[in-house]
Design a binder for this molecule. Structure first.
Ligand SMILES: [Zn+2]
Length: 332
């Protein structure tokens, strides 16, 4: 019989190096798995690259590991990483062909790995920060919902009619691009992006695909295009801002399990009656986000808001059609 029992580390806030992050088994301090897989580190030469954590401490990609039992490591993490590695080898087409649920789990593991690192630190009274995420009940509720569906990594799960996240795959024009790897995540809004060679994956992790519908028209415009990096930056700003104003936490329900079942079936509800799904879109707040993403081109808020009715766009022209970016237009 398949073990379909889910693990809930949030119930007792069981975050320490003594428990597997995925199944909760008691382990030794040597049993760990990297947040960013070995193949990723080798391929993009990340081992000694520095990473800034939420508490402003610095680590490296190879040092960032989380507690993980041998069984979860070999039976669940490694096979997933192998599959993503092979897909990434084939570039955009390979990643597009990968099951959406796998991509969600892969990104989810990196996101959750960063979060778990933070929660383990916060559990130490000596280094407990002033604004601990573990003391924010709303955030904890969100993380808990997220971990429920992330466990599809270990416990076979079928999502009835949704994928927990929105996923976007963009292709960068290699002639305009110098960056082999890039990664960005926002702990509280659960927005994530990772660049693997010419492919950028943007993901908002716990919205049941609502943001992908909201950005659907914009996303369709990007498909089949080799984008200028500034266009990718703008798309990221739109997705990250949408995650920022996204105002609901999906609830997940497990259908009753029969003894012969070999997987769980998950239904989900978003409460859009008592809550607005999105907080109002604010031009200046979006302009801040865009300015942040456009830093490499030094485009400031003043320029972004030149026309207050319509923020500057590198993706669409005034008629709403896709905009081609001429190299000479931009001074980097
Ligand atoms: Zn485990």
């Amino acid at each position: 019989m398949t073990d379909l029992k889910l693990y809930d580390p949030f119930e007792k806030m069981q975050f320490s190096d003594d428990f597997c992050f995925l199944c909760g088994t008691t382990i030794t301090n040597e049993q760990r798995t990297p947040v960013f897989a070995g193949w990723l580190q080798q391929k993009y030469n990340l081992q000694n690259k520095e990473l800034l954590l939420l508490d402003k401490s610095v680590t490296t990609f190879s040092e960032l590991t989380i507690p993980c039992c041998d069984n979860c490591h070999t039976s669940h993490i490694i096979p997933l990483e192998n599959e993503v590695e092979q897909a990434a080898e084939k570039g955009l087409a390979g990643l597009q062909a990968l099951e959406k649920q796998k991509l969600f789990q892969w990104i989810g593991k990196m996101y959750y790995g960063t979060l778990v690192t933070e929660l383990i630190k916060e559990a130490d009274p000596l280094i407990r920060p002033e604004y601990a995420v573990s003391e924010n009940p709303k955030m904890l509720g969100k993380f808990r919902s997220f971990f429920q569906v992330l466990q599809s990594l270990r416990v076979p799960m079928v999502f009835s009619d949704f994928i927990p996240s929105s996923l976007f795959l963009l292709e960068v024009n290699p002639a305009e691009d110098e960056l082999p790897f890039e990664y960005q995540d926002e702990l509280t809004t659960m927005a994530f992006s990772i660049k693997l060679g010419p492919v950028v994956i943007v993901c908002t992790l716990l919205d049941n695909g609502i943001i992908s519908r909201a950005l659907g028209r914009m996303y369709r415009l990007t498909q089949g295009q080799q984008l200028h990096p500034i266009q990718v930056a703008e798309f990221k700003a739109r997705a990250f801002y949408a995650a920022y104003i996204f105002n609901v936490v999906p609830e997940y329900f497990i259908r009753p399990v029969k003894p012969e079942d070999d997987h769980l079936v998950i239904d989900s509800i978003i409460d859009d009656v008592t809550n607005e799904v999105f907080n109002p879109w604010e031009v200046t707040a979006y302009a801040h986000m865009l300015e942040e993403m456009l830093k490499p081109w030094n485009i400031r808020e003043k320029e972004i808001l030149q026309n207050p009715q319509q923020t500057i766009s590198f993706l669409v022209d005034d008629s709403g059609a896709f905009k081609s970016i001429d190299k000479l237009e931009l001074k980097k």
